[in-house]
Design a protein around this ligand. Structure first.
Ligand SMILES: [Zn+2]
Length: 460
C-alpha cells in the first residue's frame, strides 16, 4: 500500500512535509506578518480607550464618549485605509435594533458592528472573517457609564483587526476578507449573530472565522506565564447538527472532525512553520469553562469558526471596576498589556489570513469503505485548486500525518475525483486539503459532518 502512494505522489507532485499542509519553506513566501507595527497597535489602543467606555448600552450620540463615537471612528479608520488602497474596502455598519431580552438588553438598542470588506478578485463569494469584539464592560454587566477601557478584552483583538486590514488591504486575494469589530458581545453575542446572519443573507461561503478575544496578556494573577502560545478553541460536535447527522456520527465517527476542529489543526501546523513566532495550543472544546465568545453564533449557523485567545487568563484585569483593593489593582487597563505578546499574536493572525485568503475552499469528501479492503475517496474539485492533498490518520490518533508509512499524497485536478486508497476504511480516517501553489486549505474530513458547509445545506 505504501508503494502505491509513493508512486501516486511521485507522478503528480512532491509530497508535502509530514508536519504541515505545505512543503514550502515559510521564509521564501511574501510575509505580511513582518509589517505588523507595535507602534500602530499602541496608537489604535490609545484612540479606542479614549472613548472612555465602549459598553454596548453607552451613549450613541456623544461625539467623544461611548460606543457610538467609537464605532464611528472605526468606520472612519477603515475608510482611511480604503483611501490608501484605491477604495479596495467596502466599509459599512452591519447592525440592527435588538429588542429587550430580559437579560442584558433592557431597552431597544441599536447594535452596530464596524465592518470592512476586501472583495476577492477571483472568488468574491468565498470569505474569511477576522473579528474581535469592540464593546467593553466593568464588573456589573449593565453599567454603561463608568470608564471601561477593555484594553485586553477585547481592545487587543480590535486593534489587531484594524492592523490586519491596514496591511492586507495593500495586497489582492482570490477570496474575500471581512474585517469586523463586533459590538454587543458582553450583552449576549449580539453583534456576532447579526454579522453571521448578514453573511448568510449575502449567500457567502465561509471558509474560516478567526474570532480573536483577548490576545494581549501572557501571565495570570498567580504569576504563571506562557508568552509563546495562544490557545485556539474549537468545537467537536457541530453546533448545527441534526438528529440524522448525529445518528450517522454515532455509527461512523466525526466527533473529532468538525470543520472548526480541522481549522484548529491547520492553524497549529501553520504556526509551527514559523518556529520563532507565536505557537498554537489547541483546546478541543468550544470555549472556556462556563464562558462563551463571538465564534459561537457562527458555529450555530454551521460556519467553521475558532476562538483565538491568550494561553493564560488574568481574571483581575477583565470585567472589573477600576479600583485597588487589598493592594491589588483591578481593571482591564492598558498598562497590564504585554505588547510583545499582542504584536506576535497579531503577526500570527496576519500570516494566517494571508494564507487562508490565498487557499481554495476545502472540498466536501465522501469515503466508501463498506465491505471492501480499500477505501474510495471522492469529491468535486473546489474552485481555484491546482491540486489536492490526501491525509489519513488512525481513528485513535489526534493529528493528520502521524500515521506510519504514507502520510500524504498529492492528486491532480480532474472533473470529478475518485481515488481508491489501499487502506481499510473501518480502521482509518481520511481528509483532503485543496491547494493553490504554496497555499493549502484546512483539511476536510471524509466523515459525516466533515464538510466546510452548514449541515442543512449539505443534506439538501
Ligand atoms: Zn471578550
Amino acid at each position: 500500500m505504501i508503494k502505491r502512494f509513493a508512486l501516486l505522489a511521485a507522478l503528480i507532485a512532491a509530497p508535502l512535509a509530514a508536519d504541515g499542509n505545505t512543503d514550502t519553506p515559510a521564509e521564501r513566501l511574501d510575509d505580511p506578518g513582518t509589517e505588523v507595527s507595535e507602534e500602530r497597535l499602541r496608537a489604535d489602543m490609545d484612540t479606542i480607550i479614549g472613548f472612555g467606555t465602549r459598553h454596548t448600552l453607552s451613549t450613541q450620540t456623544d461625539p467623544e464618549r461611548g460606543i457610538g463615537a467609537a464605532v464611528d471612528w472605526a468606520l472612519a479608520e477603515f475608510g482611511r485605509m480604503s483611501a490608501n488602497c484605491d477604495n479596495c474596502l467596502e466599509v459599512l455598519p452591519v447592525g440592527r435594533v435588538v429588542e429587550p431580552d430580559g437579560r442584558r438588553i433592557p431597552q431597544p438598542t441599536l447594535i452596530r458592528n464596524a465592518v470592512a470588506i476586501q472583495r476577492g478578485t477571483e472568488r468574491p463569494n468565498e470569505v474569511i472573517i477576522v473579528q474581535g469584539h469592540y464593546d467593553s464592560r466593568v464588573t456589573e454587566p449593565l453599567n454603561a457609564t463608568d470608564d471601561a477601557p477593555g484594553a485586553n478584552d477585547d481592545g487587543s483583538g480590535s486593534v489587531m483587526v484594524l492592523e490586519a486590514a491596514r496591511i492586507l488591504s495593500q495586497r489582492e486575494y482570490p477570496s474575500t476578507i471581512i474585517y469586523a469589530l463586533l459590538t454587543g458581545e458582553e450583552q449576549g453575542l449580539y453583534g456576532a449573530g447579526i454579522l453571521a446572519d448578514w453573511v448568510g443573507e449575502q449567500g457567502m461561503t465561509v471558509k474560516a472565522v478567526l474570532n480573536n478575544d483577548m490576545i494581549g496578556n501572557s501571565c495570570g494573577s498567580d504569576g504563571y506565564c506562557e508568552p509563546d502560545y495562544v490557545r485556539v478553541f474549537s468545537e467537536g460536535l457541530r453546533a448545527d447538527s441534526t438528529a440524522e447527522l448525529r445518528a450517522q456520527q454515532r455509527r461512523f465517527g466525526g466527533e473529532n472532525d468538525s470543520p472548526g476542529r480541522n481549522l484548529s489543526r491547520w492553524l497549529a501546523n501553520f504556526a509551527a512553520q514559523y518556529p520563532d513566532g507565536m505557537q498554537v495550543r489547541q483546546i478541543w472544546r468550544t470555549d472556556r469553562m462556563g464562558r462563551g465568545g463571538d465564534q459561537i453564533p457562527f458555529l450555530d449557523r454551521g460556519y467553521p469558526a475558532v476562538r483565538v485567545t491568550v494561553s493564560v487568563e488574568d481574571y483581575e484585569h477583565q470585567h472589573q471596576d477600576l479600583r485597588t483593593e487589598d493592594g491589588i489593582k483591578y481593571g482591564d487597563t492598558v498598562d497590564e498589556l504585554d505588547w510583545t505578546y499582542l504584536t506576535r499574536a497579531s503577526v500570527l493572525n496576519v500570516r494566517a489570513l494571508n494564507a487562508l485568503a490565498m487557499a481554495p475552499m476545502p472540498p466536501s469528501v465522501t469515503a466508501d469503505a463498506a465491505v471492501r479492503v480499500d477505501t474510495e475517496l471522492s469529491w468535486e474539485p473546489t474552485s481555484g485548486a491546482d491540486r489536492f492533498v490526501l491525509y489519513s490518520r488512525r481513528t485513535d490518533e489526534s493529528y493528520w500525518n502521524l500515521a506510519d508509512g504514507l502520510v500524504s499524497a498529492s492528486v491532480s485536478v480532474r472533473p470529478r475525483i475518485s481515488i481508491p486508497v489501499r487502506k481499510r476504511g473501518d480502521d482509518w480516517l481520511f481528509g483532503v486539503a485543496a491547494c493553490n501553489g504554496d497555499f493549502c486549505s484546512p483539511t476536510a474530513s471524509a466523515v459525516p459532518g466533515g464538510a466546510f458547509e452548514p449541515v442543512a445545506q449539505s443534506e439538501e
